[in-house]
Design a protein around this ligand. Structure first.
Ligand SMILES: C[S@@+](CC[C@H](N)C(=O)[O-])C[C@H]1O[C@@H](n2cnc3c(N)ncnc32)[C@H](O)[C@@H]1O
Length: 236
């Protein structure tokens, strides 16, 4: 059983397309603001790329996707291969654990930038013990020193007081990580999301270093349950 992907994820993503549209548009806007220096992309946790705009992928000469889910590669090709062919970009889809032997994988793609596509925040579901998950995330991030990379992941998630308000869903907010007013921002943002009760920490608070510019995005995962996403890019 894959706790962060597989059939259940594909089914939810397929039938939630309307609900998730504003979030996907904000992800697309945020990605469009990045200017990767590398022409090669390693996309980790690609799944079928349900929330990934083909337009951003078209900017790369080569895209290699990785996912442990055997359905991910054929579905990713189904959703994105035509667009990548149109832009003359090479697409290679791999099935397997990209984070076991991650250093070797990086070594095989010395010039590629890396994008963790909604996978690091899911890592706590792959371990019995959250501490082990946090250590794994930390090891992965430390191995990226000197590389160009980015990530989309959850900060936290939880129940909301009202059903997803659709068009009035909060606008994306861009901020510098670790700004002095971070606590006030978090409080205000959670209020905007309509957070109630206890929210789950997705163990990603140290993925981006202080001073990284990060976009914050609301994701109504279910009508009554929201994920707080962040997306950022790191150049060394
Ligand atoms: C929330 S889904 C990602 C969604 C995807 N980016 C999209 O737009 O559809 C998380 C994905 O990460 C994959 N995954 C989890 N651990 C992984 C690992 N170690 N290596 C590669 N993929 C992994 C899961 O199989 C799952 O498809």
């Amino acid at each position: 059983m894959n706790p962060s992907g597989g059939l259940q994820w594909h089914w939810r993503a397929w039938r939630s397309q309307a609900l998730w549209r504003p979030t996907c548009e904000q992800i697309s806007t945020s990605l469009a603001q990045l200017a990767p220096a590398s022409s090669e992309l390693l996309l980790i946790g690609a799944s079928a790329g349900w929330m990934m705009p083909s337009r951003w992928l078209q900017g790369f000469a080569k895209v290699t996707t990785w996912d442990i889910d055997p359905l991910a590669a054929p579905l990713f090709r189904w959703r994105h291969a035509a667009a990548l062919k149109a832009s003359g970009s090479e697409l290679v889809c791999r099935t397997g654990d990209a984070l076991a032997g991650f250093g070797q994988l990086l070594g095989k793609h010395p010039d590629a930038c890396i994008f963790f596509d909604n996978v690091l925040g899911q890592y706590r579901f792959h371990f019995k013990n959250p501490e082990q998950a946090a250590q794994k995330i930390d090891r992965v991030v430390r191995s990226l020193r000197g590389r160009e990379w980015g990530a989309l992941h959850e900060v936290c998630s939880g129940p909301v007081t009202r059903r997803c308000p659709g068009a009035s869903w909060p606008a994306m907010r861009r901020r510098v990580q670790g700004s002095p007013d971070s606590a006030a921002f978090a409080q205000d943002w959670l209020t905007q999301l309509g957070a109630k009760g206890a929210w789950l920490d997705h163990l990603t608070s140290t993925v981006f270093e202080k001073d990284t510019v990060v976009s914050h995005i609301a994701w109504p995962f279910k009508p009554d349950y929201c994920h707080w996403l962040q997306i950022g890019w790191v150049r060394h």
